[in-house]
Design a protein around this ligand. Structure first.
Ligand code: IVH
Length: 702
């Protein structure tokens, strides 16, 4: 097989392994073997740029950077479904369908209602050609580049299947599984970024990201639930979805055909409980008339089909009284309003605090002290106030209100979970100060103008949801937050120093900033634990500094790219932006951090204390796997490194240096004056010749 054929074959194999892994959950090769094949394909594609293909498995990592999404009209409008929270209305729907079909027998397909964002995928000749968001239902955003990075969406379908239409559309839901969602929020919390309130917001924020590389790392998933087109295989929805599954799509195995209303009730009551065990968020059940002919006969209203309905599960809610609103200042200075309420039982736990997120949410809720408020714990982890109870005597059922949520209430409380962030990631709890307390009275609770701790006027960045206190160097909760972050396990791991000791040292005037840890001598245990932290590698030191938006992952990439603190400190905006996964927000934050004299002086003190501000020899020696599996011949004289250095560099990037040229040679690294016999042999065997500069570019050392 020649190399061009290898490209085709590797693509086919990788598509299949990808499907086995992401859709079937049953890989047949090891991750390592998969990675090796992927690298080989990447190398070959680089070598044969004329064979590039946007549907190649290599494109899953996200390649092109698009500035803006193109708006594209949908070929068929993307309607939404009529919603109900009420089983009685489901019964009425069933009856309406039966009447509409003049008593004909019919089946309904019951399926889970996935809580993500809907997507329309277009395939032609077995290949993904376009992916659109729902938009306003008439036109959507072209998010193809981002969707290509979602591993469970097939880019190319199994060509041996004969029932795949030449052209079709398939719709479904893009989701962020709970696990990815928690990991993402963890990282964001550590970086001091706003958290996503729920997986749906996270999925939607991610899919609309301008950088497919970011999308590729966020672990999105997709379930498909609607096949459309001229030549689709069956006359029933369920059967079509079974076909789609066999073509390589991820279709839920939890769809059921029901012949009677009783079967439907069984399905609903089963999933009302068991949906909590699923890896992704669901918010109800969708019920569809199965026969496409019957669907057609029933038709549509202006907004939604008459042949389907969505039954939404009720989020668990409770009713209680608002007593006080306090304002908390987090490690990064973000100020979060928090509702303090009478304790109430909600989904099995006593709840007395709820986040009010930010000024906009607070204002929209129009709260007054003493109001009866509805607290909800839906898909989210911490409770939130979704609205006010205006009835004098709210309906209670075992301590819980039984009013359903409505769309408006949901949207009020959709923003970040700042309270959770503070509780989980930065255990600084500012005790409510007089300015943070809102007195009883009839005027609505308002957001504060000044920091409740240090009195500095709060600022709010353009397009930012949160207000924050800009006095980062002298505002107590921010200082304490940074100290706590510094010693935490994933940062410097100074295990002998916990939040209480930090509070105590801070109050005694022993700790002003993180460099003071290295001057502690009076307690041997603490001093030893601090001393051990000088071994912590550079990337974790960088994370430990607590630069706004620089989480664990960003710190790692920055450390690897810039290799030492001095290069990072002098990096320009452009250089920072060239780094994988570093966008404007992070880059700007880094520039601002190092622009401060105080921060530069702090780095100097830490350097004196012996912290690692350079990548270690070991880290420097395993750079990448760029040259994995490649046999490279070195020939000629070089300008930038000696031949021995090039041998070492090749090994550091996973390649192998070989002495003589053969058919197996991947390429020749050629300097000046390459011997004529070698040149001739290379030409004869068609081995690529790579110049010194090209090679350095290849390994990212331009
Ligand atoms: S069918 C015409 N099936 O719920 C029928 N939708 O308003 C189109 N959804 O926008 C939708 N799970 O985003 C269908 N199994 C499922 C679904 C589902 C989630 C979403 C979809 C749609 C909304 C309904």
């Amino acid at each position: 097989m020649n190399e061009r054929e290898s490209i085709i074959s590797l693509r086919e194999q990788l598509h299949r392994h990808n499907y086995n892994y992401y859709v079937l959950n049953a890989p047949t090769i090891s991750d390592k073997e998969f990675d090796e094949m992927m690298h080989r394909l990447q190398d070959l594609e680089e070598k044969y740029p004329d064979m590039s293909d946007p549907n190649s498995p290599t494109q899953r990592v996200g390649s092109d950077l698009n500035d803006e999404f193109r708006t594209v009209p949908h070929r068929r409008p993307m309607l939404s479904l009529a919603n109900t929270y009420n089983l009685e209305e489901v019964r009425e729907f069933y009856q309406r369908v039966s009447d509409g079909l003049h008593g004909q027998p019919f089946q309904v397909c019951a399926e889970l209602k996935y809580d993500g964002l809907s997507i329309s995928l277009h395939y032609r000749d077995g290949k993904l050609v376009q992916a659109l968001t729902r938009g306003d239902g008439v036109q959507g955003d072209d998010v193809t580049a981002n969707v290509r990075t979602i591993r469970s969406i097939p880019l190319v379908l199994d060509s041996s299947r004969e029932d795949i239409p030449e052209e079709f559309e398939i719709r479904g839901e893009v989701l962020m599984p709970w696990q990815s969602f928690e990991r993402l929020n963890d990282e964001r919390g550590q970086a001091g970024e706003d958290l996503f309130a729920n997986p749906r917001n996270a999925a939607s924020g991610t899919l609309k990201s301008k950088d497919p590389k970011v999308v590729s790392q966020r672990g999105l998933d997709a379930y498909l639930y609607y096949l459309l087109g001229e030549d689709i295989p069956s006359t029933g929805h369920y059967e079509n979805m079974e076909s789609a599954r066999s073509w390589g799509f991820q279709v839920s195995k939890d769809m059921r055909l029901c012949n009677t209303l009783e079967e439907l009730w069984e399905y609903i009551s089963y999933w009302d409980v068991h949906r909590k065990e699923l890896p992704v968020a669901t918010d109800g059940i969708v019920i569809k008339v199965n026969s496409l002919a019957q669907q057609k006969a029933l038709g549509m209203t202006a907004k939604s089909p008459r042949w389907a309905i969505a039954y939404k599960f009720q989020a668990e809610q409770a009713c209680t009284v608002l007593r006080e609103v306090t304002f908390q200042v987090g490690r990064t200075g973000v100020v979060t309003p928090v509702a303090n309420m009478d304790s109430v039982l909600l989904s099995g736990t006593m709840v007395h605090r709820a986040t009010l997120h930010n000024a906009d949410v607070l204002e929209a809720l129009d709260l007054h002290i003493g109001d009866h408020v509805l607290v909800e714990k839906g898909g989210e982890i911490i409770p939130k106030i979704v609205g006010k109870e205006t009835l004098p005597q709210p309906l209670h059922k075992g301590g819980e209100c039984i009013q359903p949520t409505n769309e408006e209430q949901m949207s009020v409380a959709e923003v970040g979970q700042a309270l959770w962030e503070q509780e989980q990631h930065s255990p600084v709890h500012h005790t409510p100060s007089p300015c943070g307390r809102v007195g009883e009275g009839s005027s609505p609770v308002r957001f504060i103008q000044r920091c409740p701790v240090c009195g500095t006027p709060l600022v709010r960045g353009e397009e930012e949801a949160s207000h924050y206190c800009p006095n980062d160097l002298h505002c107590a909760p921010q200082i304490i937050g940074r100290l706590e972050h510094f010693v935490s396990r994933k940062a410097m791991n100074i295990s002998q120093v916990g939040p209480e000791l930090i509070q105590q040292y801070y109050r005694n005037g022993m700790l002003h900033d993180v460099s003071d840890f290295y001057r502690i001598t009076h307690d041997k245990k603490v001093a030893d634990s601090v001393a051990r932290s000088t071994e912590v590698p550079f990337e974790r030191v960088l994370f430990a500094l607590g630069i706004r938006f620089v989480g664990e992952i960003a710190a790692k990439t920055l450390a690897r790219k810039f290799k030492d603190i001095d290069s990072l400190m002098s990096a320009t905006m452009e250089q920072l932006l060239e780094t994988d996964g570093i966008g404007n927000v992070i880059a700007e934050s880094i520039i601002n951090y190092f622009a401060s004299e105080e921060n530069r002086a702090l780095i100097e003190r830490l350097r004196q204390a012996g912290l690692q501000f350079t990548l270690s020899e070991e880290q420097l020696s395993t750079h990448s796997t760029t040259l994995q599996g490649q046999s490279i011949v070195i020939s000629g004289v070089f300008a930038h490194h000696s031949r021995d250095e090039y041998k070492r560099i090749i090994e550091q990037h996973g390649g192998k240096n070989v002495g003589s040229i053969s058919g197996k040679t991947s390429f020749i690294l050629a300097g000046e004056n390459m011997g004529p016999s070698k040149l001739e042999k290379a030409e004869k065997l068609g081995v690529r010749i790579v110049s010194e500069d090209e090679f350095l570019a290849m390994i990212g050392q331009e």
